[in-house]
Design a protein. Sequence first.
Length: 203
Amino acid sequence: MNKMDRISEFRLVGTRPDRPDGLDKVTGRARYGADISAPGMLWAAVLRSPHAHARIRRIDTSKAEALAGVKAVITRADFPTGLTGEDWYLQENTLAGDVALYDGHAVAAVAATSALIAQDAVRLIEVDYEILPHVIDVDDAIRPDAPAIRPGSADASVPEGMPPNVVRYMEFGRGDVEAGFAQADLVMERTYRTEATHQGYIE
């Protein structure tokens, strides 16, 4: 049985099924999240760090809070502290605490009566940053002399003497790897890099 014969056994594999949302999208009838408005709905805007690694010395939200139409301005100070376990990871990726950990890390958020007001309010928030050494490459990040991005965040799985940015360590193996290499006719070692992707688009 050749490849095409095997494909013909499947109902959808190798075919081009109609997309249930295709017609609405190409004709402009589809409604996206940004198209929906409800009575009393507020609009949000987020202020993000322009630096890859920076200490946040001060955040002044007073001008944003005073802008007409602004209903709320939040920073990390409005979130509970002292969380343990995995929650530290989730919390620091919600809003930056004392340190912004990457370019684009959320620093503050605004809720307002319109999208334009929310965007204007974000521009009124003043942040004083102290720029810190950073790494933007995985290989550089695991060098022994790399600047520590999350000091003290390594869990018990990390062996002593590992580089400062290794926060979790796992080993996976199956069978006798060394014997497999010894018996192989050819052993190739390569490094592959792929673009960043998102595994679950909403729209």
